[in-house]
Design a protein around this ligand. Structure first.
Ligand code: TQI
Ligand code: CA
Ligand code: ZN
Ligand code: ZN
Length: 477
């Protein structure tokens, strides 16, 4: 097993930029300014904090730092600011786009399977458990969107990637160092400690721009946990300088995509869209999804597609696609947050969709999250409501109905306010619709209610159910 953290490197490359001492090291004032300008340009990221700032307190000598730098860039290690080092500094870094800058670990360790489990075993006082879960999930998703890897969360036993927040000495011979300095470390793919990812509990972890953004650091560490070493491309996630990255709409930089695909190959689907036509693995149908008891947790339009959610899976189909054509299924590419959603709806005019899970909801544009989870009480639900069974957006009326138990609430999307006189009894309002509503969607002027294995077609003009079909028929079963 490769034990990776050699905390020197990440730290030293940038520490140099902040050193005002030891000009004797530098051949000439000219070179010194050149080097300074270089470092300012490539190692100072606006809005980003530098590892150098974190560890600018003394320690190793400048010669050693320079050696590390030279080793990192594959130069002859002299410890002096010599000609090749100067040339490297003068080289236009961004002018050579096709050079691969990513690095793999010696021996190129990688995971030998495509489904990896992860478990968050210890949390941090800095953030809520839900926030940690979300950041970790999104950081893994950043990688799984590029390669055919699937991450499955577990809450028990030993997972491939054990994620934990640790303080000081924590039993792996890489003790943490208190605030700043080392933020986290990860072990390369392998048995035992392999893949395990530790975060220094002494840091102030955040979901925003202050302190250290957990998504940013986690995404970098998971790169290590999947087999990537540091990149020399300053725009790469695996470049050893901290730079805040927003998880929303995050796109894995090209160099990291190249690196991870060198290990695992490209993914067939990206953000749920197959990049090649979907071929069902076992003949024309996958019966386990097709039994007559199929029900859905949520159904919504998303863009021009109809999405059906159940557990960790969703199916997608074009509305006008004839029935009988199998929609594709995917579990991994859609943010895992979307697993086990309770309800979902889209407001087409806004181009936004809303997904509900317990007392939280997420806003998306297409498949892209627009912000952190928010609480459903923003909508004006009473505290007694802790989850929603179904959400139904009525386009014409600009209302969204939320179904909870045998009642429903009506939300005015224009005023963004819950309507008074609600909740109302669902069976009384929608005659013929009985049983608990799992999901609902409006299509071509009809409302489709999903209740267990049945779906009701409800005619709003006749105010009655005009058809009942098996829920499974919607996904081509
Ligand atoms: N931790 C180092 C890192 O993950 C640990 C390390 C140093 C390391 N050298 C290594 C791991 C070589 C594997 C291979 O890079 S850190 C960043 C940075 C750190 C640094 O705490 O210094 C991030 C953690 F530099 F990119 F900002 C996360 Cl994002
Ligand atoms: Ca630290
Ligand atoms: Zn550790
Ligand atoms: Zn690193």
């Amino acid at each position: 097993m490769a034990v990776l953290p050699a905390p020197g490197l990440a730290v030293l490359v940038t520490a140099w930029a902040f050193s005002t001492a030891a000009p004797s090291l530098l051949a000439a004032t000219n070179s010194y300014h050149l080097a300074q300008a270089y470092l300012d340009k490539y190692y100072t990221k606006k809005g980003g904090q530098q590892i150098g700032e974190m560890v600018s307190r003394g320690g190793s000598s400048m010669v050693k730092k320079l050696k590390e730098l030279q080793a990192f860039f594959g130069l002859h290690v002299t410890g002096k600011l010599d000609q090749p080092t100067l040339e490297m500094i003068q080289k236009p870094r961004c002018g050579v786009p096709d050079v691969a800058n990513y690095r793999l670990f010696p021996g190129e360790p990688k995971w030998k399977k495509n489904t990896l489990t992860y478990r968050i075993s210890k949390y941090t006082p800095s953030l809520s458990a839900a926030a940690v879960d979300a950041a970790v999930e999104m950081a893994l998703c950043a990688w799984s969107s590029a390669v055919p890897l699937t991450f499955v969360r577990t809450d028990v036993g030993e997972a491939d990637i054990m994620v934990s927040f640790e303080t000081g000495d924590h039993g792996d011979s890489y003790p943490f160092d208190g605030p700043r300095g080392t933020l986290a470390h990860a072990f390369a793919p392998g048995e035992g400690l392999g893949g395990d990812t530790h975060f220094d509990n002494a840091e102030t972890w955040t979901l925003g721009m202050n302190g250290f953004n957990l998504f940013t650091v986690a995404a970098h560490e998971f790169g290590h946990a999947l087999g990537l070493a540091h990149s020399t491309d300053p725009s790469a996630l695996m470049y050893p300088t901290y730079k805040y990255q927003s998880p929303y709409g995050f796109q894995l930089p090209k160099d990291d995509v190249r690196g991870i695909q060198a290990l695992y190959g490209p993914r067939r689907t990206f953000l749920g869209k197959p990049t090649v036509p979907h071929i069902p693995p076992h003949g024309p149908s996958t019966p386990e999804h097709c039994d007559s008891s199929t029900s859905f947790d949520a159904v919504t339009m998303l863009g021009k597609e109809l999405l059906f959610f159940r557990d960790r899976i969703f199916w997608r189909r074009q509305v006008h696609q004839p029935l009988g054509v199998r929609p594709s299924t995917t579990t991994s590419s859609f943010p895992q947050l979307m697993a086990n959603v309770d309800a979902a709806y889209q407001v087409a005019e806004r181009g936004t969709a809303y997904f509900f899970k317990g007392p939280h909801y997420w806003v998306t544009r297409g498949f892209q999250m627009q912000g952190p989870p928010q609480t459903i009480y923003d909508f004006g639900f009473p505290r007694s409501v802790q989850r929603i069974d179904a959400a139904l957006h009525l386009q014409e009326a600009q209302r969204t109905l939320f179904f909870v138990g045998d009642e429903h609430y009506s939300y005015d999307e224009k005023k963004r306010k819950m309507e008074k006189d609600y909740p109302k009894n669902t069976e009384e309002e929608f005659s013929g619709v009985n049983g608990q509503i799992d999901a609902a969607v409006e299509l071509n002027g009809y409302i489709y209610f999903f209740s267990g294995p049945k779906s009701f077609k409800y005619d709003t003009e006749k105010e009655d159910v005009v058809g009942v079909v098996k829920s499974s028929s919607w996904i081509g079963c």
